[in-house]
Design a binder for this molecule. Structure first.
Ligand code: ZN
Length: 407
């Protein structure tokens, strides 16, 4: 069994509102064995000097699309499932170098289940990479955000969208996700910005449709994540018992209070809005997004400030895939710019994200937990941008990135 002692300058444990000073962490096998001022030294232990760094639990990004490339969604959708899984693997490994040791993939555009295969290969240790939690497809009404047929023109009815318009068909889609291995059910109950033929300010499920989807998932023991924009959509998702609201672009204070009371998590994907603002100014925003984003962008920023000022549970998620994965780490800075404290932003990416995923052995540095540990120079509580300088990454006790000056 491999063993490491990490000599840490400072420690964020995933939960606290302040950093701990110098500590030692003993890692044995894939778990944290001990944390304290001075830990055991088993035989053959390898010591890692992180004394000028802050360590944190590995980051968790709760909203990525490893197999969707917004820069060429239509073209890429036509690739085989295997091609998507392989490309997704290479993206996931590269993304782990930024400190992301667990990812929740929120949907692919493929008739098959490439992200489930990728998750299984990673979990079995066939390939190295981050831990993956998967909602394979995005269940949507026709004319909803998950209806991708608009990308292909009226005569291209390619079965990559999981769309349904009545209770029986909705139940069948949810059950199909369960049968073939999804961990989560992902649905959309409003339009989105990048999708043609829909509007984030409009709700696309009727209440009975949203409810039957959620009830079917509940019966199968599957949590539900809802892409949502309009405040009415947020309310509908919360009423149906959604575990997480994705984006919540146009949420208002009433819906935020409902989310808090219901215990729903928000995954507000704030960097995405910064990316879209830049694209709008550069005139590179896709034409179907321009009118919607032009109308809504100030209101989205206002909603982000409301979210930051509320006490709802906020989990870190980016929507990477819709923008380059190299920018996913910037969600920390976007969260702090919206008004979250650095501590809350870091909790969002560690303990709160782990809680959202129902993974109580992740997201916290404590004895017995998975040894998912990252380190960065400097103090992220004083300057959140140091999160973008992670240069040590350990997942389940295996080091995936060493600082450039190797000892
Ligand atoms: Zn998404």
């Amino acid at each position: 069994m491999s063993a490491f002692v990490l000599l840490c300058g400072r420690m964020f444990d995933g939960v606290s509102d302040r950093l701990a000073g110098a500590v030692e962490i003993l890692v044995e096998g894939d778990r944290i064995a001990e944390i304290g001022p001075s830990v055991r030294r088993p035989p053959d232990v390898q010591t890692v000097d992180l004394s000028d760094r802050t360590v944190s639990p590995g980051f968790i990004d709760c909203h990525v699309h490893l197999t969707m490339d917004a820069a060429d969604l239509a073209g890429q959708t036509l690739q085989s499932s295997a091609a998507k899984a392989l490309k997704g693997l290479s993206i996931a490994r590269e993304y782990m170098r930024y400190g992301f040791t667990t990812l929740r993939d929120m949907g692919c555009a493929d008739p098959d289940f490439p992200t489930v295969d990728l998750r299984n290969a990673l979990a079995a240790g066939l390939v190295d990479g981050p831990r993956l939690v998967v909602a394979a497809h995005i269940i949507s009404s026709s004319a909803g955000h998950g209806d991708l047929r608009g990308f292909y023109g009226p005569r291209w009815d390619i079965p990559v969208s999981a769309i349904a318009d009545d209770a029986g068909a909705i139940k069948a889609l949810v059950r199909r996700e369960h049968t073939f291995g999804s961990d989560w059910i992902k649905t959309t109950n409003t339009g989105g910005y990048f999708s043609p033929g829909d509007d984030p300010a409009r709700v696309t499920w009727f209440d009975d449709e949203m409810n039957i989807l959620a009830a079917t998932a509940r019966q199968l023991g599957m949590p539900v994540a809802v892409h949502t924009g309009a405040a009415d959509g947020c309310r509908q998702a919360i009423r149906a018992g959604a575990r997480s609201l994705e984006h919540a672009y146009l949420i208002d204070s009433d819906a935020l209070a409902m989310a808090r009371d219901a215990g729903s998590y928000l995954v507000p994907t704030m960097q995405m809005t910064r990316e879209d603002l830049r694209a709008m100014h550069d005139h590179t925003l896709p034409c179907q997004a321009v009118w919607k984003f032009d109308r809504d962008n100030q209101q989205i920023l206002q909603s982000q400030r409301l979210i930051a000022g509320s006490d709802v549970k906020i989990a870190y998620g980016t929507d990477c895939g819709m923008f380059p994965f190299e920018h996913g780490i910037l969600e920390f800075q976007a969260m702090v710019a919206a008004g979250l404290t650095p501590a809350r932003a870091l909790q969002a990416a560690t303990s709160v994200a782990a809680e959202l995923l129902g993974q109580d052995d992740l997201g916290v540095l404590a004895a017995g937990r998975h040894a998912d540990i990252v380190a960065m120079p400097g103090d992220p509580f004083a300057d959140i941008s140091t999160t973008a300088q992670v240069d040590f990454v350990m997942k389940s006790g295996v080091v995936h990135r060493w600082p450039s000056q190797h000892w």
